[in-house]
Design a protein around this ligand. Structure first.
Ligand SMILES: [Zn+2]
Length: 455
């Protein structure tokens, strides 16, 4: 199994650029309309969700930047990759789980690769070097070759592979720029190169590939006519009421008010700007799953699409940004999957990226850790792996291919009848089928997800 992330590849980037290789992969496998990342829609937190199946409040990698509210120290995205305690805070990425269950895992440049987890590291790894040229196509091909070598000569079972684009051009030039179009063509060429490399390594019949991203990208409003959000300009707000702040980082921010000043800070900010959302941590909308972790500061801020949150003065000049509400369509990544485990030429509806983890665990045949995802959300993509799963996917197929409602209804009735009879047969046979193994796993997920609420 190979998990590939192209940072910041928005779900619709294949619409205004020719992407023959991504299109071929969709014909040979599965394409999702889009996927929904967790909130906060920034790189390290959303990648750690891909690796754990956990919402960000449950895995604790709540920001790209490590910070200490007492010393007020902050570390950059890159420095935070090596800040072990930031990553190793109770959740296990899929590499470690796979290794503990007898598989070999590898990772190239994927966020989280440099850290150790409960004393263990991913067995075969390459950490992104400092000042790496993450847009260089020659290096991309070299990285693909390296990963193919791991599969064919080092016998790894799972690899996560990361590319830093088209995020870079999306930030610098904006998501509608010619530079972004050109980078999507480069991504597409690399996908073609990767799939030919799989063929020539003789892995085509064995290797499953998922290609997705961590978040999308949205155009930032600049210019004299835009009423920017600058906290220091808000009447009644003062940074002297705040012990620690994390702002000037796109459209999101967090504040730790000084003792006794929480309500003062909250009240002056709430409603102060038409495009600024202000929440006390415990009042955050539940759908964002960004409230429960100790690291999340008492006041959480986010801006509407197009707007950024500035501290003292506007210092952010990017033409594109992410970090917005994960409901915003511009934040949705793309998703492709192909390989022997997947159905062919299937387009599926959207699902949350927490569900990719249980799908990968299922394909690898490992028992997942406690997670927020569910195989039910993705199992309709799978080629025949048991009767239970086939029953589940056919109903969604009907909805997706737009068959007449009557036909769909009749098919659903047939499926229900078949499923019931299969279930009865299995009960009588007391398991042994693949399908019944999958079914037990699903029961486990449900139990585990329920237990999770006690965190
Ligand atoms: Zn990113």
């Amino acid at each position: 199994m190979l998990l590939v992330s192209f940072d910041g590849f928005r779900w619709d980037y294949d619409r205004d650029v020719d992407t023959p290789n991504l299109d071929a992969m969709a014909r040979d496998g599965v394409k999702a309309h889009y996927v929904t990342p967790p909130y906060l829609t920034i790189t390290s937190p959303t990648h750690f969700t891909l690796l754990t199946g956990l919402y960000i409040e449950n895995h604790g990698v709540i920001h790209n930047m490590w910070f200490n509210t007492t010393s007020t120290e902050k570390k950059s995205y890159y420095a935070t990759q090596f800040q072990n305690d930031w990553w190793d805070n109770g959740s296990l990425p899929i590499w470690i789980t796979a290794q503990r269950q007898g598989l070999k895992a590898g990772s190239l440049h994927f966020p989280g690769t440099a850290a150790s987890y409960q004393g263990e590291v991913v067995m075969v790894r390459e950490v992104e070097p400092w000042l790496y040229n993450f847009a260089n196509e020659t290096l991309w091909k070299r990285n693909v070759d390296e990963v193919m070598d791991w599969f064919s000569r080092r016998d790894v079972d799972f690899v996560s592979l990361y590319f830093g684009e088209p995020d870079g051009v999306g930030h610098k030039f904006g998501p509608d720029s010619p530079q972004r179009h050109a980078m999507v063509r480069q991504v597409d060429r690399t996908v073609g190169y990767m799939r030919r490399a799989v063929e020539s390594a003789g892995l085509a019949g064995r290797l499953n590939i998922i290609i997705t991203a961590d978040h999308g990208m949205s155009t930032v409003y600049h210019g004299a006519g835009v009423k920017q959000i600058t906290l220091s300009k808000i009447p009644g707000f003062s940074f002297s009421d705040v012990a620690f702040h994390l702002v000037d980082y796109g459209p999101s921010g967090m504040l730790l008010p000084k003792p006794g000043r929480l309500d003062k800070v909250y009240n002056v900010l709430k409603g102060a700007h038409p495009h600024l959302h202000v929440y006390k941590k415990e009042e955050m909308p539940a759908r964002l799953h960004f409230s429960r972790h100790d690291r999340i500061l008492p006041i959480v801020l986010w801006a509407d699409p197009g707007y950024l949150i500035n501290g003292y003065i506007p210092v952010q000049s990017n033409k594109g940004e992410h970090g917005f509400d994960n409901q915003h369509m511009d934040m949705k990544p793309f998703f492709r999957a192909a390989g022997p485990a997947f159905r062919k030429n299937l387009e599926v509806g959207p699902f949350e990226t927490v569900n990719i983890y249980p799908l990968m665990c299922h394909i690898l045949g490992i028992r997942p850790e406690v997670n927020d995802g569910h195989l039910n959300a993705t199992k309709h993509m799978l080629a025949s792996t048991g009767e239970d799963i086939q029953g589940g996917m056919s109903t969604e197929d009907m909805a997706l291919t737009g068959l007449a409602a009557v036909v769909g209804f009749l098919a659903a009735v047939v499926i229900v009848l078949v499923s019931v009879s299969v279930y009865k047969r299995k009960k009588a046979a007391k398991g042994g089928l693949m399908g019944s193994v999958a079914h037990n796993n699903i029961d486990d997920f449900e139990k585990e997800t329920a237990e999770h609420t006690t965190f």
